[in-house]
Ligand binder design. Structure first.
Ligand SMILES: N[C@@H](CCC(=O)N[C@@H](CS)C(=O)NCC(=O)O)C(=O)O
Length: 267
């Protein structure tokens, strides 16, 4: 392909709401594969309404539309498998070997079912649920630590002096899938970065290596711009509100008054 040819020729459309982590999983892959894409950014409040609900009947981001193949796809794991199959033909982030291919898929499934939902629920019960239910918060925080323990154990079994990746000897889409939620780890647990990663040094080093890639940097720069356009701070809290506690109070007041002014922005 010459440098003037776009890959793919027609841009892949990706639908996102900027605050949550899942859309950035897909944007990062598009960036890392240097694919031609455009972003449709909209407010989190509109995720269960048309026009997005016509793209994803489940009303969750991300979703993509690929005019080059005519496919509309939602669920970030399915989007990963599609983009890798169709556009990672050089196997920059994947393997041709049968076992390695399925091990990558195994980790991707574990991330979508075993990491994302637990981090998401920990964030929800810590920051946004109207009541403070300590047992729910503890349950999900405990699961986060357990999941970090899984990657820690697997990485610790890799050769001592080699690069440590989940499958084989290079970063694949399987490693990448874990980054967006781990990027929010300290925020979800409401502790410092050092406390959040305490006990998981290899997982932290693995994560740090990935967030240092230029493609992740570009994705986060785009996030900052789109958050700013929607009047949101980095953590998803609207500008002008200083802390999550203040935000929680405003949400509770708004609920009581049945006012639609304060919108819940999930982290
Ligand atoms: N399993 C889905 C999860 C997607 C997801 O939950 N996205 C969040 C934003 S990070 C969302 O759209 N939430 C909408 C809602 O909770 O109504 C995936 O991996 O794509």
């Amino acid at each position: 392909m010459s440098s003037t040819e776009l890959n793919p020729p027609r841009p892949i459309v990706i639908w996102i709401t900027p605050p949550g982590p899942n859309p950035w999983k897909a944007v990062w892959l598009l960036e890392e594969l240097s694919l031609n894409y455009v972003v449709k950014s909209f407010r989190f409040d509109d995720v269960k309404k048309p026009p997005f609900i016509n793209v994803n009947p489940n009303g969750r981001v991300p979703a993509i539309e690929d005019p080059n193949t005519g496919l509309t796809l939602w669920e970030s794991g399915a989007i990963y498998q599609y983009l890798i199959e169709v556009y990672d033909t050089a196997h920059k982030l994947s393997y041709t070997d049968l076992n390695q291919r399925h091990l990558c898929n195994q980790w991707l499934h574990f991330q979508t079912s075993g990491q994302g939902p637990y981090y998401g629920q920990a964030g929800w019960f810590t920051h946004l649920h109207p009541e403070k239910i300590d047992s729910a918060i503890e349950r999900y925080r405990g699961e986060i630590r357990r999941v970090l323990g899984v990657t820690e154990r697997v990485l610790s079994e890799k050769p001592k002096d080699g690069e440590k990746w989940l499958v084989g000897d290079k970063m694949t889409f399987a490693d990448m899938a874990f980054v967006p939620w781990n990027f929010r780890l300290a925020e979800v647990l409401t502790v410092s970065e050092d406390e959040a990663w305490d006990g998981f040094p290899l997982t932290r080093a693995w994560h740090d290596k990935m967030v240092a890639t230029p493609s992740w940097g570009r994705a986060m720069k785009l996030r900052a711009r789109l958050m700013d356009e929607q009047g949101l701070q980095w953590n998803g809290v609207p500008k002008g509100i200083e802390t999550f506690t203040e935000y929680e109070t405003k949400i509770a007041e708004a609920k009581e008054a049945e006012s639609g002014d304060i919108k819940v922005v999930k982290v």
